[in-house]
Design a protein around this ligand. Structure first.
Ligand code: HEM
Length: 415
């Protein structure tokens, strides 16, 4: 890892700093199990609720200058929820919506039920829930703010590999809901969608999952559905790379009302598991440029080794293929770095198909046009992984700044 131009990766930090928290949680769970073993083997459906919060680690604070869910280690379960403002929406519609959501999200993240919650018990089990609110290009139009919309808050250019399907269009709003428990995600999603009506209408939901279940198995890498270790090379999230991630943290002034926000690009990428099944292991490793077992570059020993792009084999061919995914995705300029937080999906296949699998590719960056687009353009031009992967949807959103005490989300933008 030393000498890596991208700085320490997030998983390494997790293994060191955050591992301590993980062990704490694990020990807590083991403690509960030990107590239970000495007691009569009777449990009650209300045990979890009665037990109350399992500790601060299970509740992420909602209030602050920046929203959660950007630089936090991604929780294992997620829903990405696309909504549109109703026809005729105004700035007042946007204000009222964010007022309702601010209160509901503060409660949900604090393991307290929103006021209108008919299943309050579902809200009361802390599970590191984070809800991140982001807005699409249409939000600025409705709010009469088109003039101050950042130039990057627009659909990405169309790439030659894109095969968009109509089910997941760009929306005016996006909720990213993540938690350690799928129950918490489903409950928060329902409350926030119901709570938003009629100020916003649901368009689509994309669900994802990822390992490790951080509390029980800290330090395990995330592997996507191709079995690849995914998330090795990332900008460190210790503050050193704030200008790459957060708006207003670098030289450029933040766009109006978005200081301490970010941008979120989501790409739904179908993975053709059936043709991948026919590919031998060496070709699979060649396509990405890394080993499948350890995630190490093909020229290295361990995951954190730097790839040696000049290395050649006995026939003089590059060991790391010129069209391999990592070689094509590497930054060609210092600003071409993004914080990836992808989730796998594995939905029910349509009749006659065996799989409906892929990656919800999610990236945070201060400016998608300068940081994300050049990488995606290179990958569209040549990337061996394109043989088995197809982007079927794409969206660009501005992550709102956090809500300070007494303030609603989007307060400065909508003032
Ligand atoms: C299904 C689609 C994709 C899969 C399965 C995939 C998988 C991977 C894997 C296994 C790695 C190597 C380990 C790592 O550093 O995380 C990687 C690296 C990377 N990927 Fe992807 N990826 C996909 C799509 C994308 C897209 C759409 C982008 C951006 C446009 C992207 C950007 C990157 C970057 C920036 C790296 C790090 C490159 C480096 O500096 O070494 N990937 N990806």
């Amino acid at each position: 890892m030393d000498g890596n131009p991208n700085g320490p990766n997030r998983r390494a930090l997790l293994r060191t700093g955050l591992l301590a928290g993980g062990v704490g949680i694990g020990a807590g769970v083991a403690g509960v199990a030990a107590t239970r073993r000495d007691e009569p083997a009777i449990t009650h459906a209300s045990d979890g609720v009665m037990a109350g919060p399992v500790g601060d680690a299970a509740v992420l604070p909602f209030r602050g200058p920046r929203q959660r869910g950007v630089t936090d280690e991604p929780q294992p379960f997620a829903a990405f929820v696309g909504l549109d403002l109703p026809k005729g929406a105004t700035r007042e519609t946007c204000r009222r919506l964010l007022h309702v959501w601010t209160d509901d999200i503060e409660r949900l993240m604090g393991a307290r039920a929103p006021l209108t919650d008919l299943e309050p018990e579902l809200a009361s089990v802390p599970s590191r829930l984070s809800v991140t609110v982001a807005v699409g290009p249409g939000f600025h139009d409705a709010a009469g703010l088109s003039r101050v919309r950042p130039a990057w808050l627009a659909p990405l250019p169309r790439f030659s590999i894109d095969r968009f399907e109509p089910d997941w269009p760009q929306t005016d709003l996006l909720l990213q809901i993540r938690a350690d428990s799928p129950v918490a995600v489903a409950h928060a999603q329902r409350r926030l969608v119901v709570g938003a009506e009629p100020l916003a209408e649901l368009r689509w939901v994309q669900r994802g999952f990822r390992e490790p279940l951080t509390a029980s198995r800290p330090g395990l890498p995330f592997r996507n559905q191709f079995g690849q270790v995914d998330g090795t090379v990332q900008p460190a999230t210790d503050g050193a790379n704030d200008s790459l991630i957060w708006l207003g943290a670098g030289q450029e002034p933040a766009p109006h009302g978005l200081e301490n926000g970010s941008s979120l690009v989501i790409r739904r990428i179908a993975m053709d598991m059936e043709s991948w099944d026919r590919v031998d292991r060496l070709s699979r490793e060649n396509a990405v440029g890394r080993r499948l077992d350890s995630g190490a570059p093909l020229t290295g020993r361990v995951e954190t080794d730097l790839p040696d792009l000049g290395a050649t084999d006995e026939l003089g061919f590059p060991v790391i293929d010129a069209a391999s995914h990592v070689r094509r995705a590497m930054p060609a300029a210092p600003q071409e770095r993004i914080l990836r937080a992808p989730y796998s999906f594995d939905d029910a296949p349509e009749p006659g198909r065996r799989t409906n699998t892929g990656l919800l590719f999610v990236a945070f960056q201060a400016d998608p046009v300068r940081q994300f687009v050049p990488i995606q353009a290179r990958l569209a031009e040549a990337d061996l992984m394109n043989i088995w992967t197809t982007p079927v949807a794409s969206g660009v959103y501005a992550v709102l700044p956090g809500a300070q005490p007494g303030e609603d989300l989007g307060a400065v933008l909508l003032a």
